[in-house]
Design a protein around this ligand. Structure first.
Ligand SMILES: [Mg+2]
Length: 378
């Protein structure tokens, strides 16, 4: 009898990277001038896989102190086992929040490592349900001037031929309704009648306010109303959903499957973010959960994390081609995807894994801290 020798996860390296925004950015309920990425490299022998999350720098300590020991030493092929062990290890520290971001980054790196070791694009390893992955242009920050908004919308719809766009509304916690309406009107005028227009209030409105505004948004053909109220207010989401023909979407703060199960009856499209909910392992399960509720799933932010996994979903709606993250991913990685025409073709290059390689000079320039586990691991 021969005993198969499985490649094992030998070590993790973690970087905290800071990327200043191109201009100050804000949505309905937050403002920022810099975005932090926590990048993980998982190693097996001489092979590496990469995963990341856009989360607090504290994720790095969670990875090296709490999670690494549950991934290292395992078979590279058994990503769900590592995911489950990390999930259990976070019981007392907290699986939602920073724990979820940290676990997700490691899980993504492990999927990338496994598919690289097998010499396959991740989409081929998971198995495709579709050849193309639709995207929508996302940005439209409340801080933009009219000119900046116009240039961004035209870049997506005219230069890249993306037929779906989203702008932020709910400015200053829903206190700038007139400006929200003016920006929706302006966006529709810029993109013309043939492009789907989405809005995202990031929970900035009350339910009654969102219902009243939705009637106005319908006049501009708005198709998608994301987080009209706080995503913790499931009854409010359901009330808005029942009062408008615009699709209500939420789910970007979901960390666990019970969260998505509770939310599903209150939305028209479920969103999930693989960099928060538990990596690609749990994101695929969230998609199955959505399907069981008759819903499609839309990937939130970090489009290059989701692209290959999205090809595996029969009930995919689309991915968010988010300006802030696209800028970072195009800067940091060789091998990024082209959204021209409104859809990605993950794996078309035949590059293994997610097909992305960090540029060493960019990595070095944006590194705040870096650490390894075990401590002596390269
Ligand atoms: Mg959102």
């Amino acid at each position: 009898m021969t005993v198969r020798s499985m490649p094992t996860v030998d070590g993790l390296r973690v970087w905290v990277l800071d990327f200043p925004t191109d201009v100050p950015e804000a949505d309905g309920t937050a403002t920022w001038t810099s975005t932090t990425m926590v990048l993980v490299r998982a190693r097996s022998g001489a092979s590496h896989g990469y995963g990341w999350t856009y989360g607090a720098a504290a994720c790095a300590g969670v990875i090296t102190d709490l999670l690494a020991e549950h991934a290292i030493g395992r078979s590279v092929f058994d990503v769900p086992a590592a995911n489950e062990a990390m999930h259990r290890a976070l019981r007392n520290a907290g699986r939602p929040g920073i724990g979820g971001y940290a676990l997700s980054a490691v899980d993504i790196a492990l999927w990338d490592l496994k598919s690289r070791l097998l010499g396959l694009p991740l989409a081929d390893l998971l198995g495709r349900a579709r050849d193309t992955v639709p995207v929508y242009g996302s940005g439209g920050f409340t801080t933009y001037t009219d000119q900046q908004a116009r240039e961004q919308l035209r870049g997506w719809t005219e230069q890249q031929a993306i037929p779906r766009v989203k702008i932020k509304i709910g400015e200053e916690w829903g206190t700038r309704e007139d400006r929200d309406l003016a920006r929706v009107e302006q966006a529709r005028a810029i993109i013309g009648p043939g492009v789907e227009l989405y809005v995202d209030a990031n929970g900035g409105y009350t339910a009654k306010q969102a219902i009243r505004l939705a009637r106005r948004f319908e006049e501009y053909g708005v198709r998608w109303f994301e987080e009209p109220v706080s995503s913790d207010d499931l009854a409010g989401l359901a009330r808005v959903r029942a009062a408008t023909g615009i699709e209500v979407a939420a789910g970007e703060y979901g960390f666990t499957l019970p969260y998505f199960a509770a939310m599903a009856p209150s939305v028209d499209c479920l969103q999930a973010d693989a960099t928060r909910c538990g990596g690609i392992t749990v994101w695929l399960r969230a998609a199955a959960l959505a399907q069981a509720h008759g819903l499609e799933l839309s990937g939130h932010c970090a489009p290059h994390v989701h692209a290959h996994a999205a090809a595996a979903l029969p009930n995919l709606r689309h991915l968010e081609w988010f300006h802030d993250h696209i800028r970072i991913e195009n800067l940091l990685f060789d091998g990024t995807l082209d959204p021209t025409g409104g859809a990605l073709h993950p794996g078309r290059s035949d590059a293994p894994g997610m097909g992305l390689t960090p540029r060493p000079d960019v990595l070095e320039r944006h590194t705040r801290t870096t650490a390894t586990a075990p401590a002596a691991s390269p």
